[in-house]
Design a protein around this ligand. Structure first.
Ligand code: UDP
Length: 335
């Protein structure tokens, strides 16, 4: 298939472009390189452009006959979305609307959307199922929920079909460490912990120890990026076979607390990096764990890497490569 991957120079999108290329698909990556990197595009052609530029999008769609679009390009930092809501609504909602509109006008009828567990807000029941109420507690989750609404409405009136995948906490990297998370100011727990282990940060600050969870820290369902990409490939196959629009949770169905994650990072790296406690971060629900029975039953998704140590190990190999550190240097620094 000829597939457009927006945000394909970013963390998850670059893994998708890689897999599409490896499986013989024709890939075009569209990315404004605001947080993505040219060298992360391992397969296909990179077009540098912004989704706000509707004329550029139109020209791209007129020139290339895409069969499907996988839309990854978005801002993803929850507390930033609380501080800068307009930035999030503009990029995550308005730009997605531009893209969906362009798809409909150019008769591209297969669309895969990177949604998020943040659409649930603080769920009544954990593990959460797809039919739970959508009550996001931050602009990031709200902006993604709004896109889901547009997808639902557009698919009712046109031949346009979509699969929205609600990601839980995506982590880990390509097993050969060719690509991974490359944000300069990373905020995600596993990356922050690994950078503390590398000595690039003073410590890991735990945001809140007084949550209503067994050890007082928040619980998340961490999923390896390659299992998430498998879910996308299955979703693409589903749409290619004429399958109807669907929404699926993507997580393993069990979670780890912040303290537990820090413990596994210590085990994997062998480094007892400093951990400090601080207040709660705005917009954080206490526990988010996926019930992923639906995607398992309907698309036959079977995770291959449901192992937190493996997830952290692949992220660790990537971080060491990214910062050019080897084991000897790291040990010396931590002596
Ligand atoms: N977290 C933390 N310290 C950090 C980064 C994250 O304690 O430096 C916590 C955060 O409060 C949340 C969990 O780790 O409970 C996962 O946060 P992350 O930012 O990785 O993902 P999110 O769940 O916000 O998408």
């Amino acid at each position: 298939m000829k597939v457009l991957v927006t945000g394909g120079a970013g963390y998850i999108g670059s893994h998708m472009a890689r897999t599409l290329g490896e499986q013989g698909h024709d890939v075009v990556v569209y990315d404004n390189l605001s947080t993505g990197h040219r060298e992360s595009v391992l397969s296909g052609r990179l077009v540098v452009g912004d989704l706000a530029d509707t004329a550029a999008l139109d020209a791209l769609f007129a020139g290339e006959k895409f069969e499907a679009v996988a839309h990854f390009a978005a801002h993803i930092v929850v507390d930033e979305s609380v501080r800068e809501p307009i930035k999030y609504y503009r990029n995550n909602f308005v730009n997605a609307l531009n893209l969906i509109d362009t798809c409909v006008r150019h008769k591209v009828d297969k669309f895969i959307f990177s949604s998020t567990a943040a659409v649930y807000g603080i769920p009544d029941r954990v593990p959460v199922t797809e039919d739970a109420l959508l009550l996001p507690i931050n602009p990031y989750g709200a902006s993604k929920r709004m896109v889901e609404q547009v997808l639902r409405d557009v698919s009712h009136t046109t031949g346009f079909r979509y699969v929205a995948l609600r990601y839980f906490n995506v982590a880990g990297a390509d097993p050969q460490a060719r690509i991974g998370q490359k944000y300069k100011d990373a905020t995600h727990l596993i990356t922050v912990s690994l950078r503390a282990a590398l000595g690039l940060r003073k410590d890991l600050k735990v945001f809140g120890m007084d949550y209503d969870t067994p050890d007082g820290t928040c619980i998340r369902d961490y999923i390896h990026v390659d299992d998430l990409i498998d879910a996308h490939m299955l979703a693409l196959g589903h749409l290619a076979r004429g399958g109807r629009s669907r929404i699926y949770n993507c997580g393993y169905g069990h979670g780890y607390s912040v303290k537990e994650v820090a413990g596994v990072v210590r085990q994997v790296t062998g480094i007892d990096f400093p951990v400090s406690e601080t207040g709660r971060r705005e917009g954080d629900p206490p526990a988010l764990v996926a019930d992923s029975s639906l995607i398992r039953a309907e698309l036959g998704w079977v995770p291959r890497h449901d192992d937190l140590a493996y997830i952290i190990k692949t992220a660790w190999e990537w971080e060491k490569k990214l910062y050019g550190r080897d084991e000897k240097q790291i040990k010396e620094k931590n002596r």
